[in-house]
Design a protein around this ligand. Structure first.
Ligand code: NAG
Length: 266
């Protein structure tokens, strides 16, 4: 199912909540509990397996913990702090721009159960902010993976458009505290090393995304969100913590064979 389906579904719902599926017979029924699947083309998998450690040493390793808020599309109509109502109109456009990149591990729960994460912009490492702004400025294929918004003045106000960095690249970092980013968890996988680069002893390697690989390789950077907490629905809290780990790999003596053997099983 594509993002477009969500846009359809959203516009149908905001117009006529009770009659969402009238009209287009192909529009998904929001009441359906579709089976969770892995999104097409999800290239990432947990690299921190015994197979990797059999063949590679970590030349450098770093772990970082990041705060986020986790919502599902069910909560587009609830006001802060329960939901994303303030962003709902703007998100509609955002969601229609590209396919859903997946939840954690590329899982897609489809329809209303899809996850959306919110991070406060000033809580995101500046290298990540710069990357997001660069995608928005250029015709990158990663454009629109992350949507940046100015925070609404209060929970009863809607934001109407995404914030896009000025073309000249000059951004007042003082204003970052007044912004948030919204994205599907699957978007994280494209840039995990950027989150933890600053606090590592191998900043240059982690900032070089050409070294970042879904497959363990000699000299490659691998990364994964090794764990994340869940929102406490009972306490009506959306806050979660995500732990991201990255390594620069170094082939072990005699480790090449093990790496080759592993391939067939992937
Ligand atoms: C996540 O993993 C890190 C590193 O292994 C660990 O220190 C932390 O306690 C874990 N957090 C949760 C919530 O499991």
């Amino acid at each position: 199912m594509k993002y477009q389906a969500i846009a359809l579904l959203l516009s149908a719902l905001s117009a006529a909540p009770a009659a969402a599926q009238i009209g287009n017979p192909r529009a998904p029924n929001p009441m359906d509990k579709a089976k969770a699947t892995i999104v097409e083309d999800f290239a990432w998998r947990d690299p921190f397996t015994a197979k990797t450690t059999d063949s590679f040493d970590a030349a450098c390793e770093v772990t970082g913990v990041f705060n986020a808020e986790q919502y599902t599309l069910h909560q587009l109509f609830d006001k802060h702090p329960l939901g994303l109502w303030s962003y709902s109109e703007a998100l509609k456009d955002f969601f229609s721009e590209r396919e859903y990149p997946g939840g954690f591990s590329g899982l897609d729960r489809h329809g209303w159960d899809r996850n959306v994460l919110l991070m406060h912009y000033d809580g995101v490492p500046v290298q990540v902010r710069e990357w997001i702004e660069e995608q928005d400025r250029t015709e990158s294929k990663h454009q629109g993976l992350f949507a940046t918004f100015k925070k609404p003045k209060d929970k009863h106000t809607k934001v109407d458009a995404r914030w896009v960095a000025p073309k000249d690249g000059v951004v007042d970092r003082e204003e970052d505290k007044d912004k948030v980013i919204l994205f599907a968890p699957g978007a994280l996988y494209e840039i995990l090393p950027l989150f933890v680069a600053e606090s590592s002893d191998c900043k240059d390697a982690l900032l070089d995304l050409s070294k970042y690989s879904p497959e363990p390789k000699d000299g490659a950077v691998v990364a994964w969100p090794i764990n994340h907490t869940r929102p406490s629905v009972r306490e009506k809290r959306r806050q979660i913590e995500i732990t991201i780990k990255a390594q620069v790999l170094k082939q072990k003596e005699g480790g090449a064979e093990a790496a080759d053997e592993g391939k067939d099983e992937l």
